[in-house]
Design a protein around this ligand. Structure first.
Ligand SMILES: Cc1cc2nc3c(=O)[nH]c(=O)nc-3n(C[C@H](O)[C@H](O)[C@H](O)COP(=O)(O)O)c2cc1C
Length: 301
């Protein structure tokens, strides 16, 4: 049996498990995707929620928790992967366009270990779960050129994004496989942006950090790329009237969930950012909340 703690074997095993023969049958049993759904703004779960009052309804926090040691003898890399990808959700998806230094080899692939981590300068974190020594094509190009375009993923082209995650050999372009349209008007980097994407970000490699495996000591298991933004592209009809932000009802972002699942946004609610003085009541209000909590704890059966 393959060593399921070997990252390559683990990825292959997971892929095989996910390639369910009955997938199309399950898919056909589900309701069709509702194209007519628009994003609806609702009230928050409890508009009358008060500071210090905890959960907004009878949220079941009485159930116990299972303690899980990531390095337990009977636990594999896949177990930790499945727990993480199903629990850290929803994750935004970076659809990353890169190319070789001569621009001849073009690559496009989705990555959901992705987030912006600083505003000045704008810095984005991406994690390719392959070490530098056995780099995925995206990482290989990124290390070679130091350049990429991160395209944000919308409902309108999600199947093509998923298709671009295919394990194509280096040199086979996911532009052809996905059928998406490269636009060669990028201002600060060589790789093209995705025309179908509403928001694209040109970025340059700032730093790379390699991770050493604990399951397979002495080997590298993954890497984190920090890239610094050098240019933005935003589709005109998605910009808010002041031209400063993006309208969520036009962007229609898709997120990555656990397993094979993707998430769409159908309902949204607003909550203002709290202020310690105005909303908590400053130190006095805080002390009141503290006393209230103590009293509740003391009177609990
Ligand atoms: C939605 C989605 C998100 C993904 N996120 C990641 C990720 O964060 N890190 C990673 O290494 N692979 C991720 N993958 C898998 C890569 O897309 C896949 O390994 C791809 O073949 C890499 O392409 P490349 O070798 O052309 O760079 C993801 C796949 C999908 C479908």
């Amino acid at each position: 049996m393959a060593n399921t703690n070997d990252p390559k074997a683990a990825e292959a095993a997971l892929k095989a498990a996910n390639r369910r023969a009955d997938f199309k049958q399950i898919e056909a049993s589900r309701p069709v995707f509702d194209q007519s759904t628009t994003i609806q703004f609702t009230q928050p779960p409890d508009p009358d929620w008060a500071y210090g009052s905890g959960s907004n309804r009878a949220w079941d926090s009485s159930a116990g928790h299972t303690s899980i040691d990531p390095y337990a003898a009977d636990r594999t890399l896949i177990d930790n992967y499945r727990l993480l990808v199903s629990g850290i959700v929803p994750r935004p998806i970076a659809f990353v366009s890169t190319c070789s230094r001569d621009g001849k080899e073009q690559n496009l692939a989705p990555f959901s270990f992705f987030q912006f981590v600083n505003v000045d300068p704008p810095v984005i974190a991406l994690a390719v779960t392959s070490p530098i020594g056995a780099a995925k094509d995206t990482l290989r190009n990124l290390l070679d050129t130091g350049e990429c375009v991160i395209n944000i993923v919308s409902e309108g082209f999600i199947e093509a994004v998923n298709a671009a995650s295919v394990n194509a050999p280096y040199g086979a372009s996911e532009w052809d496989i996905s059928g998406l349209t490269p636009v060669y008007d990028t201002k600060t980097v060589l790789p093209p942006r995705v025309k179908e994407s509403i928001f694209s970000i040109e970025a340059k490699l700032e730093s790379v950090r390699n991770f050493t495996s604990r399951l397979n000591p002495g080997t590298k298991s993954g890497s984190l790329q920090l890239v610094e933004v050098s240019h933005f592209w935003a589709r005109d009809d998605a910009l808010t009237p002041d031209g400063k932000a993006l309208d969520i009802s036009v962007l229609r972002p898709v997120s990555r969930l656990g397993g094979l699942s993707y998430g769409r946004l159908t309902q949204v609610f607003d909550l203002p950012r709290p202020d310690f003085d105005q909303d908590v009541g400053g130190s006095e209000g805080y002390e009141r909340l503290k006393r209230g909590r103590k009293q509740r704890e003391n009177s609990a059966p």
